[in-house]
Design a protein around this ligand. Sequence first.
Ligand code: XMP
Length: 529
Amino acid sequence: MTADPALTADLELVLVVDFGAQYAQLIARRVREARCYSEIVPHSITAEQVRAKGAKAIILSGGPASVYSDGAPSIDPGIFELGIPVLGICYGFQAMAQVLGGKVAHTGGSEFGRTDLVVSEPDSTIFAGSPAQQEVWMSHGDAVTESPPGFRVTGSTKGAPVAAFENTERRLFGVQYHPEVLHSTYGQHALEAFLHDGAGLRADWTMDAVVDTQVEQIREQVGDAHVICALSGGVDSAVAAALVRRAIGDQLHCVLVDHGLMRKGEVEQVKRDFEAATGARLRVIDASERFLADLAGVTDPEQKRKTIGADFIRIFEDAEREILDEVRHEGGRVGFLVQGTLYPDVVESGGGEGAANIKSHHNVGGLPEDLQFELIEPLRTLFKDEVRRVGIELGLPEELVWRQPFPGPGLALRIIGEITRERLEILREADQIVRDELTAAGLDRQIWQCPVVLLGDVRSVGVQGDGRTYGHPVVLRPVTSEDAMTADWARLPYDVLARVSNRITNEVREINRVTLDITSKPPGTIEWE
Ligand code: XMP
């Protein structure tokens, strides 16, 4: 899944071969953490294609299957003959053993979860400099029972006598466990040993290099045309805009549609921070009246999302038209839209080999049919943590770069029942208290996000002062997560919860109950709607 040929031309490429489980992305991220550039490719890739890509190392990922099952994903044996260093992991390790003449069998010694690995060859490439006994994360039913000819066994576990092997002459290595997960204590050490010692790769993937190359490339792509970017207030669009701004200055026009569903003070803060850091002007379009009018009486979650989506497009188009007119008036031309697409989006949408930039914009109502913008997607090669580092590199403030994810439809997803101005005000106050207290407790980076949900259609009896109350409950939904695909409820300290509860019920008159959501995802989603 080539993300960006021009950007990657001078880099040493590590291919991560995807065997169809969820491991490939995490491996690719860990390789990037080792400062090597990685791309994910399907296991159907041929030796010839690998050679053509100029790969300098290959990692075979874990997979869901047994190498013996029908339709088990296979690998072109020619790949091992290219002279390119290979590291096989889990399923990839077994596939490698099988292709190279070792034996894999269903031994009954399956292991899932934490296991102790005993290193039998402390001077081996992968284990040199790490302890003789280490905790690793396993997930296997089959096991390699015999290593291929020419390989030496370098480590074993209870259920896997051959848990690691290597052939340093051919620069082929393998481990049964998952070095990419944090539970494997020396996993990153093993990956780096493979990349830097086994494969001899430089550590040349750095964010300042990304900025330089992207700036150059955007300049070349855009020429003297003008570019429009919609900011959402989130990290991705802000970093994408800042990169493009660095490349083309005032040819970039930034728009933020304020739908009236942002958190307290958020629009003002984004505008202030973004303008101060980049020198660009951010046009904020206050469209809250229109959004709230269209949302009146709407209680169905899907209908809320649709209403917001439709309004957003219309209002953004109005802004586009305005910018087009201005630019035209000065004799210029608008040719591009910026999008904050990240590498996981590229991988999950099936790659987009070569399809980099030529998508047309949604049909722009009221404009000539043939007026289409090209996309600029300067973050296409990057994972989220890399986007944050690029943001810091570009001088964006920490608050913006480390902002927790916030959904496009904003607080609309966090009010159960009809969205009214009054309910939004109530939720904003409660949400602000939660944010303040989490920040004060130093918990912002440990928590993925903490939606506060107002149960607008629920009231319960309470007592405050001398009087009976009949107020709304709010739900706190603090979660930890790596990618929002799965999540766990965050174990917030009781004293933080106590302070939050106390402050909300004291300071927000309409709320008389604070509850905590202790559901993981799955089965619960992070947002309530
Ligand atoms: P769920 O609720 O599906 O959320 O567990 C996963 C992540 O996606 C965000 N989210 C949304 N983002 N539009 C968005 O832009 C949406 O409609 C939407 N729904 C959920 C959510 O905040 C979490 O980070």
